[in-house]
Unconditional design. Structure first.
Length: 205
């Protein structure tokens, strides 16, 4: 695994994305303090990993302006306003469904509100993942997203899609389907925009 992580970090750099490796989640907040300017704006995507690590509370309790889509009792129109504001945020922080060892980010999204800002808009995108998200190639990444991440996420969101009962994706056409957009970020123009933090722990799904 150490060699795979090193290879992944090297290839992220070749693809104009900065990679960081930390041995435990205790090192995460000091690193975020270095990467995110005080007083700057922060948007975020849904992420079980970030929830597990307490990142959203870290942002709320810090000296930042948080576009908090996770706040309670938000109306759908309020969420949409936050989604639009994320494009102009100084920072966008999110998890990732899979990272290939050749340095590509692979994600599945329901309405695009997470993957769209990763592609364009925010000045800085910070991706936080556990080592379990590293896969060999795009084919393995898509398989992981569809057969592991999507069914578990659909369950978390209380969807009634077939995968919640079958524990596997059958490429359904259900109206509540969440695996609508598959996005591969292979490279960046700006070498300082996307920063990927890999933690030597198994996080999220």
């Amino acid at each position: 695994m150490e060699e795979i992580i090193k290879t992944t970090l090297d290839n992220l750099k070749r693809n104009n994305m900065e990679g960081y490796f930390i041995e435990s989640h205790e090192e995460l907040f000091p690193l975020l303090d270095k990467l995110i300017l005080q007083g700057s704006t922060i948007g975020s995507g849904d992420s079980v990993t970030l929830e597990q690590l307490g990142v959203f509370d870290f942002i709320r309790n810090g000296n930042y302006i948080f576009y908090d889509k996770h706040a309670k009792n938000l109306a759908s129109i309020e969420k949409r306003e936050i989604y639009i504001k994320n494009f102009s945020a100084d920072n966008f922080i999110t998890g990732c469904n899979a990272i290939t060892s050749d340095g590509k980010l692979v994600n599945m999204d329901g309405n695009g509100s997470r993957v769209a800002p990763m592609i364009y808009g925010p000045k800085q995108v910070i991706v936080v993942v556990g080592k379990n998200k590293i896969v060999k190639d795009i084919d393995e990444a898509v398989k992981r997203v569809r057969q592991i991440a999507a069914p578990l996420d659909a369950k978390r969101l209380n969807k009634e899609t077939p995968c919640t009962k079958l524990d596997r994706c059958i490429d359904c056409k259900h109206p509540q389907r969440i695996c609508n957009s598959f996005v591969v970020i292979a490279r960046q123009f700006d070498c300082e925009r996307i920063k990927v933090i890999i933690i030597d722990e198994e996080l999220g799904y």
